[in-house]
Design a protein around this ligand. Sequence first.
Ligand code: 13P
Length: 254
Amino acid sequence: MNQPRPLVAGNWKMNGLRASVSEAEALARRLEGNKTVETQVMICPPATLVALLAAALDGNSILIGGQDCHINPSGAHTGDIAAEMLADAGASAVIVGHSERRADHGETSKAVRAKAEAAYRAGLTAIICIGETEAQRKQGETLNVMSEQLSGSLPGAAVSGNTVIAYEPVWAIGTGLTPTLDDVGEVHQHIRTELTGRLGADEGAAMRILYGGSVKPGNAAELMAVENVNGALVGGASLKADDFWGIISVYSGR
Ligand code: 13P
């Protein structure tokens, strides 16, 4: 079975103004000039920039994703954004269940699953995030938490063509800390086993599992070389084209 095509996605979180479009354009020029890069590249800007980036990058290979969506296609939900709106603005994917949303907005795995289903309804790929807290890791609960979050968050209709899993240990996000390569390998293998058990050997092997949490140009090559790591979900280091390129290009010419 071939390895799935790697995906490196930048999650800009609540960062970026219209002037940030120039960073995305600089990245697009780098990609244009380096055809050996086999990575699929995505930027998930704040909702205010989705349409702008999609227009600026039109005709380019960079994909655009949202960072969250509501479960309904429309309605009286002040401040929320429907998956259909993201698709209409030019997104092809949406992150759901990021730990910052699970923590800041009390999102449960059940809610995350409903959001992933909303993404499918709108024709978007759902990037479903899971990850343990520091306390859970210290208690040796990491693999159990992964199983629980996966079974709670993954819709029955999930297949490799509509879903990407992102393993993001909560304690590694924005801290400069990363798990050991062995620990990353153990969790990704566990997720892979869960996926093949659920989806069958072929689909389970084809679904991409990203690693996220303090991925930088300096550690990307070793993290991306771990078995069952099929790319990265990058926060801080995706905001500057140079840094993000340093991560994307680890796949160049492999
Ligand atoms: P950092 O790369 O800033 O640690 O953030 C990771 C993340 O949360 C991506 O979704």
